[in-house]
Design a protein. Sequence first.
Length: 402
Amino acid sequence: MTMVYAPSQKILDKYADVLVNFALNRGKGIKKGDVVILQVPECAKPLLISLRKALLKAGANFITQYSPEGIAKDFYELANDKQLNFFPDKYYKGLVEQADSFLSIDSTIDKYELAKVPPKKIMTRSKSMKPYLNWRDEKENKGKLSWVLALYGTEAMAKDVGMSAKEYWNQIIKACYLDEKNPVKKWKEADNEIYRIIGILNKLKIKKLHIKSKNVDLVVGIGKNRKWLGGRGLNIPSFEIFISPDCRMTNGKIKFNQPLYRYGNLINGISLEFKNGRVIRASAKKGEKVLKEMIAVKGADMIGEFSLTDNRLSRINKFMGETLFDENFGGKYGNTHIALGNAYQDSYPGNLSKVKKSQWKKMGYNKSVIHTDMISTENRIVTAFLEDGTQKVIYRDGKFVV
């Protein structure tokens, strides 16, 4: 498949260098002999070529999952309930056991391929993959698995947000430091600043956060046994600083001024109201049916992540229509986003492998097959309520003030 526009080979090779020699292995780069599962759609073939070369040069091994475009709709139209729920356990179990890392490229030539598919069918399929996600989490918690997600732009993705493919790629190039002589060095410098802020936040011992803006009045209870996270190469780009809060302690209202592309649909004008952790009201100006079907999935009516992005770190200044980039939006006021659904267990400050399944629930770490980020770029003030009874503003005008 040929794209009308593609970035230069030099840019693609730099991109692959960042992903392989920085992002993999949690920001430390690939190790010789590691096995990487390459998950790449057909339309991102130019980047796949660069990734394979970079992995071979680094002495790594890879298994390629190369997926064709335009066949997902047929599956949902034709599959019966048994086929929707079919889970090839031996295949996925073996894949997770073999892998040291997963490197996934997000790309498409048709963002709305599944727009007319009943949302319930998509959720049924998502639920069937739960064992696979659990196996990955278990191995990751033991420190034996890492993952990276990155974006490859297409004409269709660019057109959807009113850009040319070249303009779209310019955002990717800027955001990933691919216009720099040594992008890996720049990523390490950005990570150092992220870790500096994280260190301060973790020392504050925050009980809860109050997020206040024109359309947001939300209290997020952090709870105990938590630490802030960021960097580490898991997403490229990633400038967000985030935490998995106690999912039982969210109260208030939030409107999101950025649209959400999910399950082949556009969901716009999302409003949520929380009481004692759960979404008690949800609405959207467009795509409300999909939103409500998603929230009806077990655990998807509670939050798994709260995040803030500092506009001094992120060079992203245009809406991209892809969560990977939009949740890292810099612009004038940075962004805040919450994710409904699954929590990041690595927000736990201790040894993850020693935590029993029952303990995660007791600590308020949410569990779900869903993890959906929703984004607001409104100017906001975030006030931390500390364990010693004091309050401290930690974020205003798009910046951390710690």
